[in-house]
Design a protein around this ligand. Structure first.
Ligand SMILES: N[C@@H](CCC(=O)N[C@@H](CS)C(=O)NCC(=O)O)C(=O)O
Length: 207
């Protein structure tokens, strides 16, 4: 049985990038269905696949998983030998913890630094809450990288990196000042062949 991943436009959809990146990185074959966001038919088209009216949604036979973190968890269970979460138990607890924090939090950062993967030098309206969330996200990533010594948050690429890659790209397009450790991590992400492919396909959406 093959997986089908329903996603949004690659230019905008940070939630879609998470499971897409995970599937690609771990060489799990899947078919992709893309739905145009910000369109009058968007909701109707998403609802054909996803009961929540949101994407991403992973379809596997009769099973539907309509939340990015749930998709990651499902894949981690299904492919236990691939270690989608870090292998070490303590690292796994921390990785789950920070992935949940990213998933359920950072609302101001998401709202005020809206995403366009192809954006450059974008400006945002800063406020106390957004600034605190930027500091928090940076600290989480930096603490992990200092402990693991890189190149990824838990040395090897894991769900945690898939969850935090979008925020790193937000930092990039809004020119947020980064430490050397974070700069290096951003370059690691940008040099991944999967990310290069995502950006290439995002560019094609403009045509
Ligand atoms: N909790 C969800 C959030 C997904 C989400 O907000 N997706 C946005 C796209 S990036 C969406 O489907 N927007 C379309 C709409 O609301 O009409 C997840 O993690 O998958």
């Amino acid at each position: 049985m093959k997986f089908k991943l329903v996603i949004g436009d690659k230019i905008y959809s940070t939630w879609s990038l998470r499971p897409w990146l995970l599937l690609k990185y771990f060489n799990i074959p899947f078919a992709e269905a893309k739905i145009k966001l910000r369109n009058i038919n968007t909701k109707k088209n998403i609802l054909k696949f996803s009961p929540s009216g949101k994407i991403p949604c992973l379809i596997y036979g009769k099973i539907k998983i309509w939340d990015s973190l749930s998709i990651c968890e499902f894949l981690a269970e299904k492919f236990k030998n691939k270690n989608l979460w870090p292998k070490n138990n303590i690292d796994k607890i921390i990785a789950r913890n920070i992935s949940s924090e990213m998933h359920s939090g950072f609302a101001n950062l998401r709202k005020n630094l809206s995403m366009n993967f192809l954006g450059k030098n974008l400006k945002f309206k800063n406020n106390k809450e957004t600034s605190a969330e930027i500091i928090r996200a940076k600290k989480i990533i930096e603490d992990c990288l200092k402990k693991s010594k890189g190149p990824f948050m838990f040395k090897k690429f894991s769900i945690a990196d898939a969850m935090y890659a979008p925020v790193m790209f937000r930092f990039k397009i809004y020119n947020i000042k980064l430490s050397l450790t974070l700069e290096k991590y951003l370059n690691t992400l940008l040099s991944m062949k999967e990310i290069k492919l995502w950006l290439l396909e995002a560019r094609k959406e403009l045509k």
